[in-house]
Design a protein around this ligand. Structure first.
Ligand code: 0WD
Length: 254
């Protein structure tokens, strides 16, 4: 396809080939987008480089979203290499393992702050800087989960961070809408990735979805990738500030 021919998109949050961000990148590349990948640190650099090299013409840029100077440098580099930016994919979250099990009431001040900084504030930080490069309008999307609106066992502080993220999507959509920049979230069903390894008892969560979701199966990253591609493309031009569920319908059952 050629829905994204001539479009420049930055993809943040590829850690390995199971990452949701990687499936999104493949869907974007299949429609002709030119991509820039950001990676958190040297720990993941090699893996991300190998993946990025399979998509000709893509850029690779370090960016730890807890560091403002990293985000400034990213904006400078994208400005130099792309000039105009059309899309931003934010697929980043983190909480300490100790805050993803047991009781939410035991969340520490530091654990709360860290989870919110990486999982919610980072969207605001990158949107603020990179939206300045979206001089032809643009589309920003992020990844969220049902734990933002329902109490899900073990999800704890990440559920509260996702609630902040989803509210941020609406406020950002309101600020950036007049510049024809849209901001949306995809709420995916549970998928076995590196991030999911942090959640205790993930198997039983997957089993529940297989039993209860209208589609009677779990979500695949490629399905999330295609919806993200739709959100980045002109096809979704009337949609902003929304949370779109890609979860086989699980969110409205039980
Ligand atoms: O079931 C799931 N896997 C779901 C994930 C269901 C619904 C939503 N999501 C969300 C996650 O909460 C996250 O926002 O999707 C997004 C992507 O998650 P993923 O693809 O499941 O997980 P993963 O492949 O681990 O990618 C997340 C990456 C980090 O990986 P690790 O596991 O190494 O922390 O986010 C990146 C990092 O690459 N990341 C950062 N990037 C820049 N700066 C930072 C940071 N400080 N911290 C984490």
């Amino acid at each position: 396809g050629d829905l994204l021919n001539g479009k420049n998109v930055v993809v943040m949050g590829v850690a390995n080939d199971r990452s949701i961000a990687w499936a999104i990148a493949q869907s974007l590349a299949a429609q002709g987008a030119r991509l820039a990948f950001t990676y958190e640190n040297e720990r993941v650099e090699g893996r991300v480089r190998k993946l990025a090299e399979t998509i000709p013409g893509s850029l690779l840029v370090p960016c730890n979203v807890t560091v403002d100077e990293d985000i400034d440098k990213l904006a400078e580099l994208l400005s130099a290499e792309f000039g105009v930016l059309h899309g931003l994919v934010h697929s980043i979250a983190f909480a300490k393992a100790e805050d993803l099990s047991g009781e939410f009431v035991d969340t520490s001040r530091e654990g709360f702050a860290l989870a919110h900084d990486i999982s919610a504030y980072s969207l605001i930080a990158v949107s603020g800087r990179l939206s300045k490069l979206m001089t032809e309008g643009g589309s920003i999307m992020t990844m969220t989960y049902l734990g933002s609106e329902r109490v899900m066992r073990n999800y704890n502080v990440m559920g509260v961070a996702k609630a902040a993220l989803e509210a941020s999507v609406r406020y950002l959509a309101n600020d950036l809408g007049p510049r024809n920049i849209r901001v949306n979230a995809v709420s995916a069903g549970p998928i076995r990735t590196l991030a999911a390894k942090g959640i205790s008892d993930f198997n039983s969560i997957l089993k529940q979805v297989e039993e209860k979701a209208p589609l009677r199966r779990t979500t695949e990253t490629a399905e999330v990738g295609d919806t993200a591609m739709f959100l980045i493309s002109h096809l979704s031009r009337g949609i902003t500030g929304e949370v779109i569920y890609v979860d086989g319908g699980y969110n409205f059952i039980g």
